[in-house]
Design a protein around this ligand. Structure first.
Ligand code: F6P
Length: 550
């Protein structure tokens, strides 16, 4: 059943009217002053997470209009269609069932095939781990995952986030870029007898991955590596192409798993190798817990739904163009990069399901760095720049190094102190963004590095913060396989929700095709210098690249 697009609803008219009338004057400080219950009303529990949405730019009326919008757009029916396996990826004629990958045995669609591969994958991973770090030829010390996009970002992000849980005898390397520097710098550090290469590609045709895979195989042979079959495995839906490449051990998955949703499938092999089967199952269980929350919680208490609605409000009501994701957990440093693909490849679209141009903006730009690094780089702009950019803080109560190898009591005390500093920094940024500092307050202060010939009121104006800059905070007790699984699933479902409201297909990615096709056409021209019928800019650049022009 076709559901109305957001702009075809009565709620949308009300929401946009509200944005027009009240959006510019929404002031967090006034909203808190008017509503003593704001923190408790806008605090939300979800599996493994607590969300504080009180510092978001919205009021009660916004909330009501958004709930109406969810109803009119049939959001729960759209969610159910996805979870039940309707072919909602219509432009590719596919189901969207990454949730089936984390359903317990005996539950969820495609259960038998999912668990058959999972069992084999985990047995393989545990077998490698049992001898990992050993000295005998064939004992693995280094795992090199060769893949790009979803075949790289998810596993890479999870392995770095869960560093404290990683097998101490294994090093993980992720090679994605077709730039040979990426592969070469890894190959310098590994030995063929002790390295496992995973060729990770849903299609097994991606240019970058296949180029790196061929180069890695060449290196392996040149270095006297024996037994390609033992040192190269594939994770792919294209089992025959992997066999043609010379790989015997392949872990398959299915076309109903989108590339950017594939870390739960065989593409998660590096994660299984890093964590072992029990912790990989915990990652899946955390995601499944979030799936249940998404499937069952009523819309106002459903965190992915509420965040997806917030995204639409921010993008279309308040015209915010980007969001900064700032995890105050160094392990989560690759989360912003992972989310860039998840959000922007899913929702960076300009037509609806029927191909009609959309009259409103869709995906925002997602970016960020871990705290506190971002504070010493771009936070200046977040506090005093001309654009309002909502920030998403991720705070973690217990530091991850608690799970790591034994620390001396002195070291533990020092690192615990650092963790408090980390948390205090995260709290302070959210507070500073909201409260700001008036020129009067700045005038009362001594500027630490003020030039003597600049008037105090001028300095004070430079030291003024407008405040009223929105943020939200996700609080995790600890970054564990289970809680990370829940966090990732939260972002997946949130992305689906905003896409569903916008009426777009969040599961195709035609936008990456044109460049790929043009690259194929240009590659031979770089070799032979033929620039016939090319646009003048590309032709001139090819000539320069070939050294034929100064
Ligand atoms: O960039 C397009 C894309 O198809 C992504 O969606 C995907 O994650 C990536 O390329 C890698 O594709 P594959 O896993 O087929 O190599």
């Amino acid at each position: 059943m076709a559901h109305p697009r957001c702009d075809q609803t009565v709620a949308w008219q009300a929401l946009m009217g509200h944005a027009h009338a009240h959006g510019p004057t929404l002031d967090l400080r006034a909203l808190f002053a008017d509503d003593p219950e704001r923190v408790s009303r806008l605090g939300m529990a979800a599996p493994e997470l607590w969300a504080d949405l009180s510092r978001c730019h919205w009021d009660l009326a916004t909330w009501r209009h958004l709930m109406d919008l969810a109803t009119e757009c049939g959001l729960t029916a759209q969610r159910d269609a996805m979870l039940d396996g309707a072919p909602i990826n219509r432009t590719e004629g596919r189901q969207v069932l990454h949730t089936a990958l984390r359903a317990p045995r005996g539950a969820g669609p495609h259960g038998d095939e999912v668990h058959a591969v999972l069992d084999r994958l985990l047995a393989f991973a545990d077998g490698i781990r049992a001898r990992a770090g050993g000295a005998a030829a064939g004992d693995i010390r280094d795992v090199v995952n060769i893949g790009i996009g979803g075949s790289d970002l998810g596993p890479q992000m999870v392995v770095s986030a869960l560093d404290a849980f990683v097998h101490p005898g294994l090093n993980f390397h992720f090679v994605s870029n077709v730039d040979g520097q990426d592969l070469a710098s890894v190959l310098r550090r590994v030995h063929p007898d002790h390295t496992l290469f995973i060729i990770a590609s849903k299609t097994f045709t991606t240019q970058e991955t296949m180029a790196n895979a061929h180069a890695a195989r060449q290196w392996f042979v040149e270095q006297g590596g024996r037994d390609i079959a033992r040192h190269f495995v594939a994770t792919t839906t294209n089992v025959s192409a992997a066999a043609e490449f010379g790989i015997d051990t392949t872990f398959g998955f299915w076309d109903w798993v989108g590339g950017r949703f594939s870390l739960w499938s065989a593409i998660g092999l590096p994660v299984a190798l890093a964590l072992g089967s029990a912790q990989f199952q915990a990652l899946l269980a955390g995601a499944h817990a979030m799936d249940r929350h998404f499937a069952e919680a009523p819309v106002p208490a459903n965190l992915p739904m509420v965040l997806g609605l917030l995204d639409v409000w921010y993008r279309n009501g308040l015209h915010y163009t980007s969001r900064c994701v700032s995890p105050y957990d160094h392990g989560l440093r690759r989360l912003p990069a992972y989310l860039q693909q998840l959000v922007m490849e899913s929702n960076g679209k300009s037509v609806d399901m029927a191909g009609a141009p959309l009259p409103y903006a869709t995906s925002d730009v997602v970016w960020g760095e871990p705290g506190t690094n971002g504070q010493h780089a771009f936070f200046q702009m977040l506090h005093q720049g001309s654009d309002v950019i909502p920030v998403e803080f991720i705070l973690v109560r217990q530091p991850s190094y608690r799970h790591a190898a034994a620390l001396s009591p002195q070291m533990k005390a020092l690192l615990d102190e650092q963790h408090l500093k980390l948390l205090a920094n995260g709290l302070a940024q959210a507070q500073a963004l909201m409260w700001g500092k008036t020129t009067e307050q700045a005038l009362q202060e001594q500027a630490p590095t003020a030039a003597p010939d600049v008037a105090a009121d001028v300095i004070a104006r430079h030291r003024t913060f407008s405040g009223n800059r929105p943020s939200l905070t996700l609080l995790m007790d600890t970054v564990s396989p289970r809680s990370l699984g829940a966090l990732i699933a939260l972002y997946e479902h949130r992305t689906f929700v905003s896409g569903a409201l916008w009426g777009i297909n969040s599961f195709d990615q035609w936008g990456v095709e044109l460049g790929k096709a043009m690259c194929k056409e240009l590659l031979p021209r770089l070799v032979d210098g033929d620039v016939c019928e090319l646009d003048p800019a590309t032709a001139a650049m090819i000539t320069r690249l070939r050294g034929a022009a100064r």
